[in-house]
Design a protein around this ligand. Structure first.
Ligand SMILES: *Cc1c(COP(=O)(O)O)cnc(C)c1O
Length: 468
């Protein structure tokens, strides 16, 4: 038989496209995507024949499968890359896993507002153009109510953008005083000195890494000073011989010299986490009450909403930030307003359990223990090759919040007879809805704090299947 015999069996692209299965694909999924998949599948066959992997008989059997292969390839090429996963890491605000999950109300409000038109920038009373800010400003004003003064709030793409915009609006061309102990880096290359440089303001460092006194700020104040900046150490702690002036001292200094004080809070805490035993995270309202003029914070950290960055504070200063042309470049669209509006309304109703991140933080150990035991008991029966223990552990908030605090939780510690822990962990990641766990001391740990009860079934089925 000649070398080229298998090649002669291959259909042309046109012939392949006339196959009834492929014709149906063209109807359903579109012509160009189907052609691309058909061409790639034929190409693969040619490559395999050239490599001498297929004789005539094997080529024939591969040709029988060809329409199905094209369909598979097409399905893969048209599948979503961004997919839901089950977070069994116990890190509640996991930046790599999308930080805060949205509430049901937020999702419904997004769908309701975004599937058609809305009054995003339309005043229904006057029939004239309105401002998108009004929808959230009124809610933030209620939640951050500080009696002494009115607070306004505007929203941009994320907190990094909020810091950049506020610095540029309030301090461009001038100096910003900031403590050396607060020149933080947040994951993903957000560094205060770099953001400052991009904002057009000049960073004037005061104090030392571990100790900065109010006198350090005072002696650095000059006619060039446009802003006093406080940055929350959201992802690290400085312990030992340390000193940091109180917000009140900083505010008093600002007032004395008529210089505004800005605080980058990182996480926007509205719900008092001391209720769940987490200390050291500043609440937005506390900072404003202490007299800070402008605060910035994230929407998808402790606030539990969509990715967004808020600038709240003194009405005049926020108006100045709003008037910056850069605001237009950083603003967010109706979906974010809808998600934030629903999230803020949950706070106003004190319906904290409707916000997933807060619900997770508030889970009781008893509930977690019971859920873990149930899963372990089921797998004990259905999957004798697994060794499963329910272990007491600690969940972390993550996402650059409360680095020193953890919450009590229960984890399933799993060992399989057939796979080592790394393999088991990798197979869980490849599951239909990927399950993200971690490996510790030769065991796969699944933390139930960040797993929703309705996801438990998937975990059981996956463990049963991947440990075979
Ligand atoms: C997280 C954080 C930021 C960045 O916020 P993003 O919403 O992720 O852009 C900035 N500053 C501080 C102190 C933070 O903790």
């Amino acid at each position: 038989m000649s070398q080229s015999a298998p090649f002669r069996l291959l259909p042309s692209l046109d012939e392949l496209l006339r196959h009834p299965v492929i014709e149906a694909l063209v109807q359903r999924e579109g012509r160009s995507a189907t052609i691309a998949a058909a061409r790639a599948s034929l190409e693969q066959l040619r490559t395999d024949i050239t490599a001498g992997k297929l004789d005539e008989a094997q080529t024939k059997s591969r040709l029988d499968e060809l329409p199905r292969k094209v369909e598979q390839r097409l399905r893969q090429s048209l599948a979503y890359s961004l997919r839901p996963v089950i977070n069994a890491t116990g890190v509640i605000l996991h930046t790599n896993l999308g930080r805060a999950p949205l509430s049901r109300a937020a999702l419904e409000h997004i769908a309701e507002v975004s599937q058609g038109y809305s009054n995003l920038e339309f005043n229904l009373d006057t029939g004239e153009r309105g401002q998108r800010d009004v929808h959230l400003d009124r809610l933030f004003a209620k939640l951050l109510n500080t009696a002494e003064r009115e607070v306004s709030t505007i929203v941009v793409n994320n907190n990094a953008a909020a810091v950049l915009l506020a610095l540029n609006s309030l301090a461009e061309g001038g100096e910003v005083l900031a403590s050396r102990g607060e020149l933080v880096e947040i994951g993903g290359s957000f560094r205060i000195p770099d953001v400052m440089a991009k904002s057009g303001a000049v960073l004037h460092e005061v104090g030392t890494t571990n100790r900065t006194r109010i006198a350090d700020y005072e002696s650095a104040v000059s006619e060039r000073t446009k802003l006093l900046l406080r940055v929350h150490r959201s992802n690290f702690q400085i312990v030992g011989f340390t000193e940091q002036p109180s917000l009140e001292e900083l505010v008093a200094l600002g007032r004395k010299h008529n210089i505004p004080v800005m605080e980058d809070l990182g996480s926007g805490e509205i719900f008092d986490l001391r209720n769940v035993g987490v200390r050291g995270e500043p609440m937005i309202a506390d900072s404003l009450r202490a007299g800070v003029d402008v605060v910035t914070y994230s929407g998808d950290k402790l606030l539990g909403g969509p990715q967004a960055g808020m600038i709240s504070g003194d009405r005049e200063l926020v108006a100045k930030v709003r008037a910056n042309p850069m605001f237009r470049a950083l603003r967010v669209d109706k979906m974010f307003y809808a998600a934030l509006e629903a999230t803020l309304l949950a706070y106003l109703r004190e319906d904290y359990d409707s916000i997933p991140a807060l619900r997770m933080m508030r889970l009781s150990e008893d509930v977690l223990e019971r859920r873990a035991k149930q899963i372990a008991d089921r797998l004990l029966v259905s999957c004798p090759s697994l060794r499963i223990e329910v272990v007491e552990s600690r969940s972390v908030l993550g996402g650059g919040a409360a680095p020193g605090s953890t919450l009590p939780t229960r984890v399933l510690a799993v060992k399989s007879a057939s796979h080592n822990a790394d393999e088991l962990c990798a197979r869980l990641r490849q599951w239909e809805t990927p399950i993200i766990a971690r490996v510790e001391a030769g065991r796969v740990l699944l933390d139930l704090c960040t797993v929703e009860p309705q996801q438990e079934e998937a975990i059981v089925v996956a463990l049963e299947s991947v440990s075979q």
